[in-house]
Design a protein around this ligand. Structure first.
Ligand code: SF4
Length: 376
C-alpha cells in the first residue's frame, strides 16, 4: 500500500534515505545532552530498539563537549538538532552524521547576516564533515518573514519556507538534504507535506506529528497523518514523537516500525468524522531542554485531571521547556510550559502566571472549569 517514492536517495553515513530505500525510523534523546550518563543510556536504549538515526540536541559548548564523548561510545548514526544556536554547527558536525537546522531559528543570532549567508555557512560545514542536512520546519516556530507574508495561513507559510530553503541549498550545489514540515495537528501535517511534495517531488521527506502527546492518543494522531501520507508515496523517514518516561523512549521506534508495517500491509484505521471534536491534549515529546523531569508526570496528571471535559472541543497544550513552550502553546485554549521550579499557565494569549509544581493542577482545573462553564 506504499507506492514507489519519487524522491532522490541521500545518505546519512551508510544509510540510504529516499527513492527505493526502506523507510528509516528515528527517535531523539530526551535528556539534557550535557548529562552524559543519562544521555548515553538514552542512546543505548534507542539504538537497541533498532533506531536508524538518533537525534540529540545541542544548545551550548557543554553539550558539544558531551556529544564528542557520546560519539566515542556509540556507533549509532547521530543527528544533531541545532535548536537556536546554529553557530555551534562547526563544533558539532565532526561528531554527527546529520545536522538539522530550523529556518525559524536562524534569525536569533548574528542579525546583521542574511539568511542566505547563514544557510551557506551550514552547507559549508555539512560538506566539510560529510553530513547530511535536515531542513526542519515547525509550525510552532515559523520564521518571522513567512509569518508576516502569510499571517492567517500557517500551512502556506511553512510550505513556502520549505520551498525557499530548498532553493537556497540547491543554489549552493548541495543535494544531501531532506525536509520535514511538522505540526501538532495531523490534518495540517498531511496538507503541508502533500503540498510540498507536489512542488518538490525530488526532495526526501522526514515525517512527524510534533507534540503528538502520550499514548494512545499520540499514536493515533501520528497514525492519521502517516496513513494519509505514506499511502500517497510521501515520506522517506519518520519519527513518532511521544511523551514517554525516558526509559521508554525506545517505544517510539517500535511504534514507528509497526505503523509502517501496518500501512505497507494495508491495515488502515478509519478516522471517524468527529475525531477532532472533543478535548485535545497536545504534549511535547520532551528533549534536552526539559529542566525538570516532573514534566512527564505533569503531562500524565493533566490528562487524568482534564478527562471530565472530554466532550468539549478544547485544546490543552503541555510543553516541557521555557524556550519553545510559550510559542508552541499559542493556538491552545489553555497552555502550560515548564521551568525548573514553576509551571507557566496561559489562557489563549493571556499569561496567567507561574505556579509551583504542586500548585498548577488545581489552578488548571479552575481555568478549565471556567471554559467548560462558558461553553455550556
Ligand atoms: S517544547 Fe521544549 S522540551 Fe518540549 S520538545 Fe520542544 S524544545 Fe524540547
Amino acid at each position: 500500500m506504499i507506492p514507489p517514492r519519487k524522491t532522490r536517495t541521500i545518505h546519512v553515513r551508510d544509510l540510504p534515505i529516499g527513492g527505493s530505500a526502506p523507510i528509516a525510523v528515528q527517535s531523539m534523546a530526551a535528556t539534557q545532552t550535557k548529562n552524559l550518563e543519562a544521555t548515553a543510556r538514552q542512546l543505548q536504549l534507542i539504538h537497541a530498539a533498532g533506531a536508524d538515526i538518533i537525534r540529540v540536541a545541542v544548545d551550548s559548548k557543554e553539550d558539544v563537549a558531551a556529544l564528542a564523548k557520546l560519539r566515542a561510545g556509540t556507533n549509532a548514526r547521530l543527528s544533531v538538532d541545532l535548536q537556536e544556536n546554529y553557530r555551534l554547527a562547526e563544533l558539532v558536525a565532526p561528531h554527527v552524521d546529520k545536522v538539522r537546522y530550523n529556518p525559524g531559528h536562524l534569525h536569533h543570532h548574528e542579525k546583521h547576516k542574511s539568511i542566505e549567508e547563514k544557510v551557506a555557512y551550514l552547507v559549508d560545514v555539512a560538506v566539510k564533515n560529510a553530513c547530511a542536512i535536515r531542513i526542519g520546519i515547525n509550525a510552532g516556530s515559523i520564521a518571522p518573514e513567512y509569518d508576516a507574508r502569510f499571517p492567517d495561513d500557517h500551512v502556506s507559510a511553512i510550505v513556502a519556507c520549505a520551498i525557499d530553503h530548498c532553493a537556497l541549498v540547491d543554489k549552493l550545489g548541495f543535494s544531501d538534504y531532506l525536509v520535514s514540515i511538522k505540526d501538532s495537528d495531523p490534518r495540517l501535517v498531511v496538507e503541508a507535506n502533500t503540498r510540498f511534495a507536489a512542488e518538490r517531488p525530488d526532495v526526501p521527506i522526514h515525517l512527524g506529528v510534533t507534540e503528538a502527546g502520550m499514548p494512545p492518543e499520540g499514536i493515533i494522531k501520528t497514525r492519521i497523518a502517516f496513513e494519509q501520507l505514506l499511502s500517497r508515496g510521501i515520506g522517506d523517514t519518520l519519527r513518532v514523537s511521544l511523551t514517554l518516561p525516558f526509559d521508554d523512549k525506545g517505544r517510539e521506534i517500535a511504534v514507528g516500525r509497526e505503523l509502517v508495517k501496518d500501512i505497507e500491509e494495508g491495515r488502515f484505521r478509519s478516522v471517524p468524522p468527529n475525531f477532532f471534536d472533543g478535548l485535545n491534549i497536545i504534549s511535547c515529546p520532551s528533549c534536552s531542554r526539559v529542566e525538570n523531569d516532573r514534566f512527564i508526570e505533569l503531562a500524565e496528571d493533566v490528562k487524568r485531571l482534564t478527562a471530565y471535559a472530554k466532550q468539549h472541543k478544547l485544546t490543552i497544550a503541555v510543553m516541557g521547556c521555557r524556550v519553545n513552550g510559550p510559542g508552541e502553546t499559542d493556538d491552545a485554549d489553555l497552555g502550560l510550559w515548564c521551568g525548573p521550579n514553576f509551571v507557566n499557565l496561559k489562557r489563549g494569549e493571556a499569561e496567567l502566571g507561574a505556579y509551583r509544581y504542586d500548585e498548577i493542577l488545581p489552578r488548571l482545573r479552575e481555568e478549565l472549569d471556567k471554559l467548560v462553564a462558558a461553553r455550556g
